[in-house]
Design a protein around this ligand. Structure first.
Ligand code: ADP
Ligand code: MG
Ligand code: MG
Length: 951
C-alpha cells in the first residue's frame, strides 16, 4: 500500500473547519477549573505559518524555547505551527491552587483552531487527527529538567486516522505507544519507585520482546505495539489508580498542567539551585503541531551546534538518527551518527541545514544549539538556543567571532563567564603517566570526549551514592549506563562522569560541559549492572565494584583502571611552570587574547593574596598588580621560625620577648625582601600579626614536652601558658591589633623587618612600595597606637640607613564598628582594605568554622541567603556596611585607597559589587586573579553581558 504524503496540506485543500470540529470530541468537561484573573494581558502567543506574535527578546514571558520558536518562525525558517502559553500563567497557576486564569481555555481553543487550519487537520478528528507536542520552556535553558509530551491527541479512534494519513500501521502504533508512555510517566506519574527498579514501561516492553523472541524495539510489530498501548494503560490504571484519558482535550489540559507542575519537580529545583535560577520565574508551555522523524527511512531527527561545543572550532557539529523521534537522540538510547554523514544520506537537507546554520549565527551572533526533524524528506526546525559549551569553547568562539567581526571585543569579553576560567586552569593527565597506564594494560575502553579535563576517583553507580561519597571527601566518578536529569546532584558532586550510552549531545555530556565536569560519554564497552553494583568491560576480565578507582580523560575519551597522575593545564605550564612555549600553546593564546581585551575595559585593579615569594611569582604571572594581603603569621610557620616564635610567646618578661623577637627579625626581613623583589615595585600590603598566639603552640602533651625539652624550660610552664592562652571564642578574642597594642614590641619588630627589607631591596635597585596594614581595628585609637609605632620605626630606619622610601599605613575594615566609624579611622588610615571574611562573621554574628550545619540549609532549603555569604558577598548586609565605610572614609580623606582582601575578592558577583562601590582594587588568591580580572571587565560592561550562554 502506498503511503500517503504527510506533508502539510495547503489551506485550499482543507475541509471546512466547522465540519472537522463537529467530529472532534472536544468536550467541555475537560476544561480546567477557572478563577478570574486581574488584568486581561495577553497570555497565549502564536508562532508558525509565516508569522509570530513573539520574538527572541520575550524569553521572560515565552520561555527560551517559545521565544526562539517565535524568532525562527519570524525569520521564515520552517517551524511547525503552534502557540506558547506564557510564564505568567505558570505564576498564576501556582498562586491560585493549580488553576488557570479566565479566558485561557478560550484562547487555547482559538489558537488550536489556527494550528488546525494551518496544518489541515483536526485535533481529535478520528479521520485526520492533528497531533501536538506539549513542551516546557523556562527563561533560562534547563536542559531535560522539565517535561515534554509528544504525539498528544491519540486514542483508539484517532490512531485509525493516523494509520490512514500515514498508510503505516506500525508507525501509528509506535506513536501511540510513545504517547501513552510519556503521558503515563509525566502526567500520571507512573515511574520507578526505587533506585534499582527499572522503568515500568521499559519493563513491559522488555517482557514483550522476550515473549516475541526479538532483541530490538524495531522488531516489534504493529500488533505488538497495539498490545503495549493496552498494557501500558492497564499498568497506569493498576498502579496509579487512574483511567488513561481518551479525550484529546482532557489530554491537552492534563499535559499543560503536568508541564507547569514539572517546574517544581525535584530535579528542576536542584538544577535551579545550582544555576542560580530564581524559583519564581516559572515555565512557559508551548503546544506545537507534531512532525514525525520516525516515518521511515527518509525521516529522521537530530541536534546540532553551529560550532563545536567541546573545542569551539568553527565546524558544524551534531548528531542525527534516521527513522527516530525527538528524544531518541538526546536520551542516549541509540548512539547517533555524526552530522557530516547526513550529507551522504540526504545532501539537499544537509545543504539546507548549513544555510540555516549561517542564518542563525548571523542573526543571533552566537553559537547556537538546534533541534531539527526531517519528515519524509522535509526539514523542520524544532528548537534553537544559545549553545552550552566548554570553557575552552566559550573562549574560542568569543575570540573567533570577534575576529570574524560578528561581535565586538567587549562582547567577546562579556561572553566568557569569569568563573569558568577555572576550567582552563584545570589539570590534564601527564603524558608519561598515561603511557605507563597503557603499557600496564590499564586502558579499559574509549568513549566520547564529552567534557574536557582529567579526573581520577572512585566509582559510584548511583547519583545519591556519589553525593554521599563526595560528602565524605572522596573524589567520585559517577558511572552510569546513561544519566537522566534525576542525577543532577550526583553529577554535581562527582569529579567526573562516565556513561555507557549516548552521544556528545546526550544529557550527561550536556550537563557535564555546563558544570565544567570531566565527562566521557557513550563508552559502549562498559557493561554496568546496577543490581550488583558492578561493571565489566567487553572483552576484559576485571570486575569493577563501587568504590574502585577509575581515571577518565575528557580530552580523549579514554578510561583507565586505577589512578593516573595528572599535570597542570596549558596555561599553568606556560605562565607558572614555564615548561611550554606560548607559541605551542593554542589554548593559552586564546586565554591571553581574551584577558588582554578584558584588561582594556576594566577599571578595578586586581591584586593577589600572597605570603611568600613563590606565590608572588604566580600572582604576577596571572596578572596581579600588587599584593593585597600578605599574612605575616604564615611566615612564622616556616623553617627555623616557629622556634623563636614560640620562645617569644613563652617569654615571661619584655626582655625575654625582645630577645626572641630579635631572632625573628632577620628571618622576617628576608621573607619581605623576597616578596619585594618578586613584586618589583608593585604595591605590597603587609598585615601585622593577626591570629591568637595559642595557634602557634602545640596542644598535645607529647609535643609540649618536646618543646619544653628543646627550650630547656619545665614542661609545666609550657602547659600552663597554653592553658592561660586558651579562649572560649578565639575568633573574637585576643587577636589582631589587640596583640600589637598589648605587646607593642611585636609590631615594632614587624615594622622594622618591613622597612629594613624595603631599604635593602631599594638599595639593590628594585623599587618598593610597602603598605603596612593593621588588622581588626574597630576604634580609631587602636589604629593610632599602632600607627605611631610604625611611623616611629620608619623614621628610625631612615635615620639609621639614610635611605628614604615611600610607605603607607592603613587598616583592615573587618568589624562593624570599624566600618561605622570609618570617618574617624579614615583620618588616620591612608588606606582601607575590607577583610570581608571577618566582616561577614562579625556582621552576621556567624562563626565561619561552625556555620556549615545551618548555612547549608539556609542556602539550599530556606533560601535565606542566595549563596553562601562566605563565598559570595552578602551585599545587603555586609555590603551595606562597606558602603558606609567607603562614604565615611572618603569624606575624611578624599584620596583614601580602598580594596578588598577577603575570599570574596575572587568571586565574580562580589567583584562586580566592589566595582560599583568604587573600590580601587580587589585581592584574591593567585589562581583566581584571572577570574577577578575578567569579572572586573564584566563589571564595566554591565551585568547584561555576562554569561552569554545563559542569555
Ligand atoms: P527539552 O527541553 O527536553 O529539549 P523539547 O520540548 O525540546 O524538550 O522536546 C523534546 C524532544 O521532542 C526534542 O528532541 C524535540 O525535537 C521533540 N519534539 C518536540 N516537539 C516536537 C514536535 N512538535 N514535533 C516533533 N518533535 C518534537
Ligand atoms: Mg524535556
Ligand atoms: Mg529540546
Amino acid at each position: 500500500m502506498a503511503r500517503r504524503s504527510m506533508k502539510q496540506k495547503s489551506p485550499q485543500k482543507q475541509r471546512p473547519i466547522a465540519q472537522r470540529r463537529d467530529r472532534t470530541k472536544a468536550a467541555a468537561h475537560a476544561a480546567p477549573a477557572v478563577k478570574p484573573r486581574p488584568k486581561q494581558a495577553r497570555v497565549v502567543f502564536a508562532f508558525g505559518g509565516g508569522r509570530a506574535d513573539g520574538n527572541a527578546k520575550m524569553k521572560n514571558l515565552l520561555g527560551g524555547k517559545g521565544a526562539n520558536l517565535a524568532e525562527m518562525a519570524g525569520l521564515g525558517l520552517p517551524v511547525p505551527p503552534g502557540f506558547t502559553i506564557s510564564t505568567d500563567v505558570c505564576t498564576y497557576f501556582y498562586e491560585h491552587g493549580n488553576t488557570y486564569p479566565t479566558g485561557l481555555d478560550r484562547d487555547v481553543t482559538r489558537q488550536l483552531a489556527r494550528v488546525e487550519e494551518l496544518v489541515g487537520r483536526g485535533f481529535g478528528d478520528p479521520q485526520n487527527p492533528l497531533l501536538v507536542s506539549v513542551r516546557s520552556g523556562a527563561r533560562a535553558s534547563m536542559p531535560g529538567m522539565m517535561d515534554t509530551i509528544l504525539n498528544l491527541g491519540l486514542n483508539d479512534e484517532t490512531v485509525q486516522g493516523l494509520i490512514e494519513q500515514s498508510g503505516d500501521r506500525r508507525f501509528a502504533y509506535d506513536c501511540y505507544r510513545r504517547f501513552v508512555q510519556m503521558y503515563g510517566d509525566i502526567a500520571l506519574g507512573l515511574k520507578p519507585e526505587t533506585k534499582t527498579e527499572n522503568d515500568p514501561f521499559e519493563a513491559i516492553i522488555e517482557k514483550k520482546k522476550h515473549e516475541r523472541g526479538v532483541r530490538l524495539d524495531t522488531e516489534l510489530t504493529a500488533d505488538d505495539l497495539r498490545e503495549l498501548v493496552t498494557e501500558f494503560k492497564a499498568a497506569v490504571q493498576q498502579r496509579r489508580g487512574v483511567e488513561f484519558p481518551d479525550d484529546p482535550r482532557e489530554q491537552l489540559w492534563g499535559a499543560i498542567g503536568a508541564v507547569f507542575g514539572s517546574w517544581n519537580n525535584p530535579r528542576a529545583i536542584a538544577y535551579r539551585k545550582l544555576n542560580n535560577i530564581p524559583d519564581d520565574w516559572g515555565t512557559a508551555v508551548s503546544v506545537q503541531a507534531m512532525v514525525f522523524g520516525n516515518m521511515g527511512a527518509d525521516s529522521g531527527t537530530g541536534v546540532a551546534f553551529t560550532r563545536d561545543p567541546a573545542t569551539g572550532a568553527n565546524d558544524f557539529y551534531g548528531e542525527f538518527l534516521m527513522n527516530a523521534q525527538g528524544e531518541d537522540v538526546v536520551a542516549g538510547i541509540r548512539t547517533p551518527l555524526p552530522i557530516k554523514d547526513l550529507e551522504r544520506e540526504n545532501p539537499k537537507i544537509y545543504a539546507q541545514l548549513l544555510k540555516i546554520r549561517r542564518t542563525l549565527e548571523r542573526h543571533y551572533r552566537e553559537m547556537m544549539d538546534i533541534e531539527f526533524t526531517i519528515q519524509q524528506g522535509t526539514l523542520y526546525m524544532l528548537q534553537c538556543r544559545v549553545g552550552k559549551r566548554t570553557a575552552v569553547a566559550s573562549v574560542r568562539t568569543a575570540v573567533d567571532m570577534a575576529r570574524e567581526r560578528l561581535i565586538t571585543h567587549s562582547e567577546a569579553v562579556s561572553r566568557v563567564e569569569p568563573e569558568r576560567l577555572n576550567e582552563l586552569l584545570r589539570p590534564v593527565f601527564a603524558p608519561a603517566e598515561k603511557s605507563r597506564a597503557i603499557s600496564e594494560n590499564r586502558l579499559l575502553a574509549r568513549g566520547l570526549n564529552a567534557g574536557p579535563g582529567a579526573a581520577t576517583g572512585r566509582v559510584a553507580f548511583h547519583a545519591d551514592d556519589a553525593e554521599e561519597m563526595a560528602a565524605r571527601g572522596e573524589a567520585v566518578i559517577l558511572t552510569r549506563i546513561e544519566t537522566s536529569p534525576e542525577d543532577i546532584r550526583g553529577m554535581n558532586a562527582a569529579r567526573g562522569i562516565l556513561t555507557a550510552r549516548g552521544g556528545m549531545t546526550s544529557h550527561a555530556a550536556l550537563v557535564a560541559r555546563q558544570m565544567g565536569k570531566v565527562c566521557v560519554a557513550g563508552c559502549e564497552a562498559l557493561l554496568i549492572d546496577y543490581e550488583s553494583a558492578t561493571m565489566r568491560m567487553a572483552g576484559r576480565q576485571e570486575v569493577i565494584r563501587q568504590g574502585d578507582y577509575l581515571s577518565i580523560d575528557g580530552f580523549t575519551g579514554e578510561v583507565f583502571l586505577g589512578e593516573v597522575a595528572n599535570t597542570p593545564s596549558e596555561i599553568v605550564q606556560v605562565l607558572i611552570d614555564r615548561t611550554l612555549e606560548p607559541e605551542k600553546a593554542p589554548v593559552y593564546q586564546l586565554y591571553a587574547q581574551i584577558m588582554k581585551w578584558a584588561d582594556r575595559v576594566r577599571r578595578l585593579g586586581v591584586r593577589a593574596n600572597a605570603d611568600q615569594p613563590d606565590q608572588c611569582t604566580q600572582a604576577v604571572a596571572f596578572g596581579a598588580e600588587g599584593v593585597g594581603l600578605c599574612r605575616t603569621e604564615h611566615m612564622f610557620f616556616g623553617e627555623g621560625k616557629i622556634g623563636p616564635m614560640r620562645e617569644m610567646i613563652l617569654s615571661e618578661t619584655v626582655e625575654q620577648r625582645r630577645a626572641a623577637l630579635a631572632k625573628l627579625l632577620p628571618l622576617q626581613r628576608a621573607d619581605f625582601e623576597g616578596i619585594f623583589r618578586e613584586m618589583n615595585g608593585r604595591p605590597v600590603t603587609i598585615r601585622t600579626i593577626d591570629p591568637p598566639l595559642h595557634e602557634f603552640l602545640p596542644h598535645d602533651e607529647a609535643e609540649q614536652r618536646a618543646l619544653a625539652a628543646e627550650m630547656g624550660i619545665p614542661f609545666e610552664r609550657v602547659r600552663d601558658r597554653v592553658a592561660a592562652l586558651h579562649e572560649v571564642n578565639p575568633m573574637l578574642g585576643f587577636r589582631g591589633c589587640r596583640l600589637g597594642i598589648v605587646y607593642p614590641e611585636i609590631t615594632e619588630m614587624q615594622a622594622r623587618a618591613i622597612f629594613e627589607a624595603a631599604v635593602a631591596v631599594k638599595q639593590a635597585g628594585t623599587p618598593v612600595e610597602p603598605e603596612v596594614m593593621i588588622p581588626l581595628v574597630g576604634h580609631v585609637k587602636e589604629l593610632k597606637l599602632q600607627e605611631e609605632i610604625v611611623r616611629r620605626v620608619a623614621a628610625e630606619v631612615v635615620r639609621d640607613t639614610g635611605v628614604r622610601f615611600k610607605y603607607l599605613v592603613g587598616t583592615m575594615i573587618e568589624v562593624p564598628r570599624g566600618a561605622i566609624s570609618a570617618d574617624e579611622i579614615g583620618s588616620v588610615a591612608e588606606f582601607f582594605s575590607f577583610g570581608t571574611n571577618d566582616l561577614t562573621q562579625t556582621t552576621l554574628g556567624v562563626s565561619r568554622d561552625d556555620a556549615a550545619r545551618f548555612l547549608v540549609p539556609y542556602v539550599d532549603k530556606f533560601d535565606i541567603y542566595p549563596k553562601d555569604p562566605f563565598q559570595s558577598l552578602d551585599q545587603a548586609g555586609v555590603g551595606a556596611l562597606m558602603q558606609i565605610a567607603v562614604e565615611k572614609g572618603r569624606a575624611a580623606r578624599p584620596k583614601i585607597k580602598m580594596g578588598i582582601c577577603g575570599e570574596h575578592g575572587g568571586d565574580p558577583d562580589s567583584v562586580i559589587f566592589c566595582d560599583r562601590l568604587g573600590l580601587d582594587y580587589v585581592s584574591c588568591s593567585p589562581f583566581r586573579v584571572p577570574i577577578a580580572r575578567l569579572a572586573a571587565a564584566h563589571a564595566v560592561l554591565g551585568a547584561a553581558g555576562s554569561g552569554g550562554e545563559n542569555a
